[in-house]
Write a protein that binds this ligand. Structure first.
Ligand code: CMP
Length: 472
């Protein structure tokens, strides 16, 4: 039987005793085939059961929960997820082997039932139906990828056509387009498994901060990498980094903002000393996946460290509270006309700006796409507000569904955050795409100005979000 691995990450607020890890790591698989770089599944599970931590401060702890998938490997490669999931929790109970195997069987069945129910509940197809998608939908998705560099690329449609695998399919396509696999000697299986982990590291129940948003940002980043100022000067490292940063920039987003984490004394807030809490978490999660996957393990250690630092500097730049800092620096460079794309520092700065633009480019998409994003993001804000209200906390700005509407939020977000950034970006690029984005942004601003009060989120029928969370 062939074996594939999917490793969702749990971030824990305390160190985990070593014996727990070694037990997790010692899970034995019934399979005999070995698909990953000559290592046996047992060795792999051992390796992947380890803790990852930051080598400098040694504080960011992650533990890998193994979720081993048994199924047809070829279909995994195509991006479908035909698999059985095995719950290994029963292995930690210290029971006798017989008893443990009975319980293992029971929990395996209940986990499978849970996963199937949860997929059906969320309106996605179960694995039994995926062979149908293979032929019909994947053909169309492949067709769409021919236009992956166009600004009106419909990521929502692409996500449906790939059965929710848009991030994996799109990023793989871009890696192939740039020949990154050959250039960096990447193992295609490791790359695929890394991307699947990344995709699954996004919470599909977040209306906005899910893998579809990551796919959207990655597609936007690809469009920006095509801009002459960038394409003529970026190195292969820059491109690899830009795509990885875009794909991972919101990894493991909890669906609430930093303010919420601070107010609730969440362990992430103390772990990152109340500073860019979410962005640090995304970065460290990305590092954790990167190291665990071994994707870059064949590269010299100095290159890997440099890469990890640069990845951090890009992801941390997406902290929206640092918008003014980046914008003033960008403006100053443009005023002085002193950006020199042959300087590594300047290229890194431009990649930061590109990722920032990609992250909030949704108001610059054509109206049909942009409004979908507006509803998704507002839905997430209001869900946070509902939780805050239920716990008798002050409702965070923008999160109160009773005093806000999608239109109100969009008008101010576009005017105060998006427009100033994209005006400068257009100044820098001065290309059809950068002006086209400004054009769409103006149309969307006008659209929301005309939308008025009737667009209150309480009544809005949101059909674009990747997944409608339970109870909605
Ligand atoms: N269309 C939008 N309307 C309002 N806020 C948005 C929109 N798109 C993105 N954002 C905000 O911009 C932020 C960028 O960083 P985050 O992803 O942490 O969280 C994002 C949202 O809070």
């Amino acid at each position: 039987m062939e074996v594939c691995y999917q490793l969702p990450v749990l971030a824990l607020d305390r160190a985990v005793p070593k014996h727990v890890l070694s037990r997790r790591g010692a899970i034995s698989l019934t399979s005999s085939s070995c698909l990953f770089g000559g290592r046996s599944p047992r060795q792999l599970s051992k390796r992947r059961g380890a803790i990852s931590y930051d080598s400098i401060d040694q504080t960011a702890l992650y533990i890998r929960m193994l979720d081993v998938r048994l199924g047809n490997f070829r279909s995994e490669i195509r991006g479908s997820t035909s698999h059985l999931c095995v719950d290994f929790r029963s292995l930690h109970s210290g029971e006798s082997e017989d008893h443990a195997s009975n319980r293992k069987q029971r929990s395996k069945l209940s986990l499978q039932m849970y996963l199937q129910c949860s997929r059906s509940f969320h309106g996605t197809l179960t694995f039994r139906h995926l062979h149908l998608l293979d032929q019909v939908y994947y053909g169309q998705a492949k067709c769409m990828l021919q236009r992956v560099g166009t600004w009106n690329f419909d990521i929502f449609l692409f996500d449906r056509l790939t059965n929710g695998e848009s991030l994996v399919c799109l990023t793989l396509e871009l890696f192939c387009k740039y020949g990154l696999i050959e250039l960096f000697g990447l193992d295609p299986l490791r790359l695929h498994s890394f991307l699947v982990r990344i995709q699954e590291g996004y919470r599909s129940r977040n209306p906005y901060h899910n893998s579809l948003h990551a796919a959207d940002v990655t597609q936007a980043m690809y469009c920006y990498l095509q801009e002459p100022k960038l394409s003529e000067s970026l190195t292969s490292w820059d491109i690899l980094l830009a795509l990885l940063a875009a794909a991972t920039h919101d990894l493991e987003h909890p669906g609430v903002n930093q303010n919420f984490l601070l107010k609730n004394d969440h362990f992430l807030a103390s772990l990152y000393q109340k500073n860019s809490v979410l962005e640090n978490h995304h970065w460290k999660s990305a590092l954790s996946h990167l190291r665990e996957s071994g994707l870059l393990s064949h590269l010299p250690i100095e290159d890997r460290h440099r890469m990890e630092e640069r990845l951090g500097s890009l992801i941390l730049a997406t902290d929206i509270s640092r918008q003014n800092e980046f914008l003033s620096r960008f403006k100053a460079h443009l005023d002085r006309k002193d950006l020199n794309m042959s300087s590594p520092e300047h290229r890194q700065f431009i990649l930061q700006m590109a990722l920032k633009c990609a992250d909030i480019c949704n108001p610059c998409r054509p109206n049909s796409l942009s409004t979908c994003w507006s509803h998704c993001v507002t839905k997430e804000f209001f869900q946070q507000g509902d939780v805050e209200r239920a716990h008798r906390h002050d409702v965070s700005p923008l999160c109160d569904r009773h005093s806000n509407s999608v239109a109100i939020i969009q008008k101010s977000f576009i005017s105060y955050v998006v427009e100033p950034l994209f005006v400068q970006w257009a100044r820098f690029c001065d290309t059809p795409l950068s002006h086209c984005m400004l054009g769409y942004m103006k149309q969307n601003k006008k659209y929301w100005s005309n939308a008025g009060q009737e667009d209150l989120m309480d009544n809005a029928q949101t059909t674009c979000c990747k997944v409608l969370p339970r109870g909605t």
